[in-house]
Design a protein around this ligand. Structure first.
Ligand SMILES: C=C(O[C@@H]1C=C(C(=O)O)C=C[C@H]1O)C(=O)O
Length: 357
């Protein structure tokens, strides 16, 4: 390769980088000014609806050849760093480090945040409720395995609201310290991950014992210390513990995704493309659910999710977790919600938030 040809191109890249750097500095200065105004009025630093609008804008204006998703990743980090100049937010998540929940934190907030790994979903709620963390990130549903019931139960009681959602592709790998399955006696992972890889495991390692553990991160940690253990986890968790991949993408559904909720005290304003999450319940009689949901159809509000959970207090039969398109401040939605509330024995708006990218 001739450096003669590369040298002038590299000089151009250096000159462009200098311009980018100067503009980044200018942008950060403006963000600091925003920060001062927010501090005077005690306004929230993190504005998910505004950040989502910026990300949608850059995808729309992207001249190429960079992919929209890559440009958005860059701008997410720019906003994260700018926001950290106003105030660094602390975000609790289901740990340990290296979990998909941690990835979801970075997907929503960028890397200029203080992550707070918690031992359980309950602890994430507690940290956000007590104010030790500004926000929490909890898994809500998986496309293969369905609802994360503990999260649904805790959402019912919490005074927090959902201020954002994150949808992550979840790819699992089988990993060991050596990169081979020689000497492996058990395959460890979180029960959800074992379930998501069930058919693949039955086909490839039917004779190896499967052991559910508290998280995939914990499985990766065990595999790093013990040559008889193989872990199923995301490759980031494997890298953190120095594991090598035996087989990649072993989840039964190649489109496997997990949806996470961002919980906090912040009531997110409309972004123009939002979801609203509700919990409802009705007395157990014929046609009750049909009547309950009628206001949505009447006001043209589309439902994107309907999930039921048995009520364990005895008063009502089921709680319905319903997601609809739009923001609770939208006129049509506000009218539908008033009527829904009249029909419901239990009614709670969990929050309105921008749809994930
Ligand atoms: C600068 C602001 O504060 C934060 C940082 C943003 C950014 O860097 O673009 C956007 C929204 C906020 O989370 C703002 O509210 O506009």
């Amino acid at each position: 390769m001739s450096d003669e040809k590369l040298t002038p191109l590299r000089a151009r890249i250096d000159a462009i980088d200098a311009q980018i750097l100067a503009l980044l500095g200018e942008r950060a200065g403006v963000a600091q000014e925003v920060g001062h105004i927010k501090a005077e009025t005690n306004a929230p630093v993190f504005r998910p609806e505004r950040e989502m609008q910026v990300l949608r804008n850059v995808a729309e204006r992207n001249p190429g050849p960079l992919a929209d998703g890559d440009v958005q990743t860059i701008f997410r980090e720019i906003m994260s760093a700018c926001r950290a100049l106003e105030k660094r937010v602390t975000v609790a998540y289901l740990g340990p480090v290296g979990t998909f929940s941690e990835q979801a934190v970075y997907q929503q907030f960028g890397h200029a945040v203080d992550g707070m790994p918690c031992a359980s979903i309950d602890e994430v709620f507690r940290a956000a409720e007590a104010g030790t963390a500004d926000f929490g990130v909890v898994p809500v549903e998986n496309s293969t395995e369905g609802a994360i019931n503990r999260t649904l139960d805790l959402l019912l009681q919490t005074p927090l609201t959902i201020s954002g959602e994150v949808s992550l592709p979840v790819h699992h790998s089988l990993m060991t310290a050596s990169g081979t399955m020689a000497g492996v006696e058990r395959i460890c992972a979180h029960p959800q991950a074992l379930a998501q890889c069930q058919a693949w495991l039955n086909q490839h390692y039917p004779a190896v014992a499967r052991q559910p553990v508290s998280s995939n991160g914990e499985a990766a940690r065990m595999a790093a210390e013990d040559g008889t253990v193989a872990a199923i986890a995301g490759e980031i968790a494997g890298e953190k513990h120095g594991l090598q991949v035996v087989s990649a993408h072993i989840q039964d559904d190649p489109h496997n995704r997990t949806r996470f909720a961002v919980i906090g005290r912040l009531r997110t304003s409309p972004s123009g493309h939002d979801h609203t999450s509700l919990v409802l319940s009705v007395a157990n009689k014929a046609g009750a659910v049909y009547n309950l949901l009628a206001p949505l159809a009447k006001h043209g509000v589309s439902m994107t999710r309907f999930e039921s959970r048995p009520a364990r207090m005895g008063t009502w039969e089921y709680y319905f977790y319903v997601d609809v398109e739009g923001h609770s401040d939208d006129e049509r939605m506000a009218r539908a919600l008033v009527e829904l509330k009249e029909n419901a024995a239990f009614f709670k708006v969990l929050g309105s938030y921008p749809c994930s990218l």
